[in-house]
Design a protein around this ligand. Structure first.
Ligand code: HGY
Ligand code: MN
Ligand code: MN
Length: 416
C-alpha cells in the first residue's frame, strides 16, 4: 500500500521568498498587489496551492475573502481563526499582510507535523482589499463579512482606471450582488488572532522579537477636491489665477501643523500621501486637484477634531485663492481595544519561550480591528528593526520571522 504522504512542514522564510516575484513594482520599487489584479490573483493561487498541500479545505466567500480550514477528527465547534491579507499598498513592503498569512499556514503545518490534535477547527484567512488600494476603502473584505459597510456603497466603488467593483469582481468570477454580511461564517469563529509585522519601532528597543497589540488608533480617510480655473502657465497674470495647487499646498502643510499642534496625549498624525492633478501638464495651471487626507488619533473625537481643523485651513486657503473645496469622508475606523482575556491567554502561551512579551499600541489598521467588534480578537507583532512599513524598506530578520511562527504555533496550540 502506498505510504500516506505526510503534509509538508513549511518554512516561512522560504514561503516569503516564493512570493517575492509576485507583484514586484519596477516603477515604485516594493510590491503592488491590489484586489483581484494579476498580482493579487497570483497571491491567491499561492494561498490555494499551499493550503491544499496541507490538505486544508479551501474556499473563497462571496466577499472574495479566502479561507483554509483544518478540521481533523475531533475538532468541533467554533473555529480559531488566524491569518491576515495578501494585498498591498502601492509600492509596499513584502511583509505587511503576507507575513500573517504565511505564518498561519506554516504554524498549521508545524502543528500537524508534531501530531497536535486540535479540539476545534483552525481556519486561515486571507482578507480581501485590506489596504483599500484599489477601491479606496480599507479592510473591505472583513467589513463586508462583518456587515459593517453598506453593500450598495461598495457596488458603486470605482477604481482609478474606471473599473467598477462589480466589474472587477465579475472578472474574477465573483457576483457583486452576493456580497455582504456573512453571519454564519462570523458565528463559525470563536476568535481571531492576526500575526503582523510591526509597523513602527517599539519592539527593537525592548529587545523582544514578538509583541502583543493593545489598541489601534482611530483613523479615517477623506477625499478633498479642489476646483480652480485651468489656464496657461505663461500667459495668465498672477493676480487673476485660481490655482488649486496653492490650496493643495496649504492642505499638506496644515495636516502636519495641526497634528504637531495637537495635544500629545491624542497621538495625532495626519498625512497627505496621494494627490491627483488635472490636467497635469507642466505648463498648465491645474483646473482641479484631488488629494486624500489620512488622519489618526487615540480616540474618534480626537480624529474628528483634527480633521475639522485641517478642513478649516483648507477652506480658508480656498477662499483666498478663489477655489472651490469639497470634502468627502471615504472611511472611518473607530479606536480598537483588543480583547484583554484573549491577549492574556496568548501571553501565557508565549511565556515559556518568549518570557513577558511586550504589549504595544499600533497606529496601523487591521482586519483584526474590524473583527474585534464582532468576536474576541488579538494581534501578535513580529519585530521590525527600524519600524518602516508601507515602503520597500519594510523588513524583519529571518530569525524573527521564524520566532513569529513559533509564537503563533504556541498560541494556536494553547487555544485549540
Ligand atoms: O492604513 C493602515 O493602517 C493599514 O495598513 N491598512
Ligand atoms: Mn498596511
Ligand atoms: Mn496590514
Amino acid at each position: 500500500m502506498a505510504d500516506v504522504q505526510a503534509p509538508p512542514v513549511l518554512d516561512a522564510v522560504a514561503a516569503l521568498a516564493e512570493l517575492a516575484p509576485i507583484g514586484a513594482d519596477p516603477v515604485r520599487g516594493g510590491w503592488s498587489r491590489h484586489l483581484l489584479d494579476d498580482a493579487d490573483r497570483a497571491m491567491r493561487a499561492w494561498f490555494v496551492r499551499t493550503a491544499e498541500s496541507l490538505e486544508l479545505t479551501v474556499e473563497t466567500d462571496a466577499n472574495a475573502n479566502q479561507w483554509a480550514t483544518w478540521a481533523p477528527h475531533g475538532a468541533t465547534g467554533p473555529a480559531v481563526a488566524t491569518g491576515s491579507h495578501l494585498d498591498s499598498v502601492p509600492g509596499g513592503g513584502p511583509l505587511d499582510g503576507p507575513l500573517g498569512v504565511v505564518s498561519a499556514l506554516v504554524a498549521v503545518s508545524r502543528l500537524m507535523a508534531e501530531g497536535h490534535t486540535p479540539s476545534r477547527p483552525i481556519v486561515v484567512a486571507n482578507f480581501a482589499e485590506e489596504e483599500g488600494a484599489r477601491f479606496g476603502v480599507p479592510c473591505l473584505g472583513s467589513q463586508l463579512l462583518a456587515g459593517d459597510i453598506d453593500t450598495d456603497r461598495v457596488r458603486a466603488l470605482v477604481d482609478t482606471a474606471g473599473v467598477t467593483y462589480p466589474e472587477a469582481m465579475a472578472a474574477a468570477g465573483h457576483d457583486a450582488a452576493a456580497i455582504g454580511h456573512d453571519a454564519a461564517r462570523l458565528s463559525s469563529m470563536a476568535l481571531y488572532l492576526e500575526l503582523h509585522v510591526e509597523q513602527g519601532c517599539q519592539l527593537a528597543p525592548l529587545g523582544h522579537p514578538v509583541g502583543l497589540a493593545t489598541s489601534i488608533l482611530a483613523h479615517g480617510r477623506w477625499r478633498v477636491t479642489l476646483t480652480g480655473r485651468g489656464d496657461h502657465a505663461g500667459a495668465t497674470e498672477l493676480g487673476s489665477r485660481h490655482d488649486p495647487m496653492l490650496v493643495a499646498a496649504a492642505a499638506v502643510q496644515s495636516a502636519r501643523a495641526r497634528a504637531v499642534g495637537s495635544d500629545p496625549v491624542t497621538r495625532s498624525r495626519a498625512t497627505v500621501g496621494k494627490l491627483q492633478v488635472v490636467p497635469g501638464g507642466s505648463n498648465a495651471i491645474a483646473s482641479e486637484v484631488r488629494l486624500w487626507l489620512d488622519a489618526r488619533a487615540e480616540h474618534d473625537a480626537d480624529v474628528r477634531d483634527l480633521v475639522a481643523r485641517i478642513v478649516g485651513d483648507i477652506e480658508a486657503a480656498g477662499r483666498a485663492e478663489g477655489c472651490e473645496v469639497t470634502v468627502a469622508e471615504e472611511s472611518f475606523s473607530t479606536r480598537v481595544a483588543f480583547d484583554g482575556d484573549l491577549t492574556d491567554r496568548i501571553a501565557a502561551a508565549l511565556e515559556p519561550r518568549f518570557g513577558d512579551a511586550p504589549r504595544i499600541p499600533t497606529g496601523a489598521g487591521h482586519d483584526a480591528g474590524i473583527l474585534s467588534a464582532h468576536l474576541p480578537s488579538a494581534m501578535l507583532f513580529v519585530r521590525n528593526p527600524d519600524g518602516v512599513s508601507h515602503s520597500p524598506l519594510e523588513g524583519a530578520a529571518d530569525e524573527d520571522v521564524r520566532a513569529g511562527v513559533d509564537a503563533l504555533a504556541a498560541a494556536l496550540r494553547a487555544l485549540t
